[in-house]
Design a binder for this molecule. Structure first.
Ligand SMILES: Nc1nc2c(ncn2[C@@H]2O[C@H](COP(=O)(O)OP(=O)(O)O)[C@@H](O)[C@H]2O)c(=O)[nH]1
Ligand SMILES: [Mg+2]
Length: 561
């Protein structure tokens, strides 16, 4: 934790109260965080948060009138002696009789019934539960009503199961009283493995220097000072530190008073969970970072994706075919009638790609959706260009995200890669390429071509008839003259010339119109292909970015004390 909020958050809060509703809101925020990152971040990183949510939910649902306090420490520090002294019963076997107790004992101040479910959850067996309430001294003990005191196994036990039990219980209890003795208070194990780990739980941590009677009275303050210095190094600045003597009631007054205050405040459970939330949030901080990410990849990256998709979908081949098909069809409609018939014998370029040809203009669009085209498969270069473009989308989208996220963004960008070829093919097949209707000018030019051809044929017929009559010695036809030229000749030559001229004039117009048809088809195809890119690549990426934003907001809410 290096940022300022972190340091403020970690400041010792001492008597500061934790509001139950605020704590529940923070836990909800952790829950929202977990929902947002589900499946996106490595599960192993989320275990503490899941554990917290589960544990906190249970603890809050159980009795909040009880405060569970654990006595924890090394072998022989005096946990059991303190437990017995507080309970004023010979409950927990002291070291002299049983050197390693191994089992957790509990003493409940007040009726056992209310505490049983809590003790079931904590896992203290019923035969190890005791009640500190008798008719004789009930009044003396009212100040401790609601206390559940646990005598934990030794954390330095040679038995692994004991150590595991201690660790398990330390995760559940509301407050921990760490018991040290004058000989071993500076032991590395307690400081490095335990106390330091509890630095976010300072407000539910108490440290007692037990067996104070074994020190010369003048030495006690010096040892306490030394211990305080060690605790500061552990990050436990400001935790209550007391000296106790378990074998002397007078030596228990301080600890008893501290426990009475804890019980009266009814805050320990909430504070402990608040400290847990702090710990979990601090652990997740790195996964989420603080930068607000962009809403998605920038326009030029998206353009790059669309170009690559268009290439892979075969858009260039299709638009080329559109241009050719336009020319083919225009020539077939407007060319010299004799040429037309020959044109029609040649296959339509779009048909070769299994795209709607002239006869399919009114075809059912649903049919063309399922029809696979014969547009050539993407080349290796086009495929790798598409891979790179998708990578670029993921990289650009994840540029501001912390290290845990780019992997999830890349996975999202590629998540539907397998469906892309079919989707692109369907899109190409389903796009209206704009060749459905025959333009009016084709019909006008075609009609004129028919007229001039008709004129030439009439002229030819007329001339042939004239020759035939003459050859048979019959009276010749009276050929009308137009200027110096006989009308039949004019009809024939004029018709032929006009036809050729019209064809020659139409050709550049057809070429220009074919280019326009290609551009129009390209625009339509690109727009459709971009929609596929949006659905199959960009949307999954945006979903992950959305989850990131939610996770970030949720974690910020969870951090708020
Ligand atoms: N003089 C003295 N002896 C103590 C004190 N507390 C515990 N002892 C003794 O220290 C030994 C270990 O105590 P025990 O309560 O079993 O420690 P545990 O292992 O932490 O449970 C026993 O012989 C106790 O009688 C104390 O405050 N003063
Ligand atoms: Mg013991």
């Amino acid at each position: 934790m290096t940022n300022i909020t972190g340091r403020v958050r970690e400041a010792f809060r001492g008597d500061q109260r934790v509001d139950a509703d605020a704590l529940i809101a923070r836990l909800d925020a952790v829950r929202r965080f977990l929902t947002a990152v589900d499946g996106l971040l490595p599960d192993a990183e989320l275990v503490p948060a899941h554990t917290l949510v589960e544990r906190a939910g249970t603890r809050l649902a159980l009795s909040r009138d009880h405060t569970v306090v654990a006595l924890a420490g090394a072998t022989g520090s005096g946990k059991s002696s303190l437990f017995n002294a507080l309970a004023q019963l010979e409950l927990s076997p002291v070291g002299v009789r049983r050197p390693t107790t191994g089992v957790t004992h509990a003493c409940v101040w007040g009726p056992l019934e209310g505490a049983n479910r809590l003790l079931d959850w904590i896992g203290v067996l019923p035969r190890h539960r005791f009640v500190r309430e008798s008719a004789l001294d009930a009044d003396d003990e009212t100040a401790l009503h609601g206390l559940i005191l646990l005598d934990l196994p030794d954390f330095d036990s040679v038995q692994r199961s004991h150590r595991l039990e201690v660790d398990r219980l330390l995760g559940l209890v509301d407050q921990v009283v760490w018991v040290v003795d004058p000989q071993k208070y500076a032991d590395r194990v307690i400081h490095d493995s335990y106390l330091r780990e509890f630095h976010r739980h300072r407000d539910v941590t108490v440290v007692v220097l037990n067996q104070a009677d074994r020190l010369p009275p003048a030495e006690v303050p010096r040892v306490l000072d030394d211990l305080r210095r060690l605790l500061d190094t552990d990050g436990l600045t400001g935790v209550p530190l007391l000296s106790t003597t378990a074998i002397d009631p007078a030596g228990m007054v301080g600890l008893r008073g501290a426990l009475e205050r804890t019980v009266a405040e009814r805050q320990a459970a909430l504070r402990r969970l608040a400290g847990d939330v702090d710990t979990v949030v601090a652990g997740l901080d790195e996964l989420v970072g603080s930068a607000r990410p962009a809403g998605g990849p920038d326009d030029s990256t998206v353009d790059g994706l669309n170009r690559a998709l268009a290439g892979a979908a075969g858009v260039p081949a299709v638009t080329e075919a559109v241009q050719q098909a336009y020319r083919h069809r225009a020539v077939a409609a407007t060319g010299w009638p004799l040429v037309r018939g020959w044109r029609r014998l040649r296959p339509d370029p779009l048909r070769r790609l299994h795209l709607p040809g002239p006869a399919d203009a009114g075809a059912d669009p649903a049919e063309s959706l399922v029809a696979a085209t014969s547009v050539p498969d993407p080349t290796a270069a086009q495929r790798s260009a598409l891979g790179l473009a998708i990578r670029a989308v993921a990289d650009r989208a994840a540029v501001d995200l912390p290290a845990a996220w780019p992997g999830a963004v890349t996975a999202a960008a590629r998540s539907r890669l397998g469906d892309l070829p079919d989707a692109l093919d369907r899109t190409i097949a389903g796009t209206d390429l704009g060749l459905g209707r025959r333009p009016l000018w084709w019909r006008v030019v075609g009609g004129v071509q028919w007229l001039v051809t008709l004129a030439a044929v009439v002229g030819l017929g007329w001339l042939v008839l004239g020759y035939a009559l003459r050859a048979l010695g019959l009276p010749a036809l009276d050929n009308p003259m137009v200027g110096q030229v006989p009308l039949p000749t004019l009809l024939l030559l004029g018709g032929l010339l006009a036809g050729l001229l019209l064809a020659a004039l139409t050709r550049p117009v057809v070429r220009w119109a074919a280019r326009r048809a290609r551009a129009r088809a390209e625009q339509r195809l690109t727009a459709k292909v971009a929609r596929v890119g949006e659905e199959y690549v960009l949307t999954p990426v945006r979903v992950v970015l959305g989850s990131y934003a939610q996770a970030r907001d949720a974690l910020r809410d969870a951090a708020r004390r």
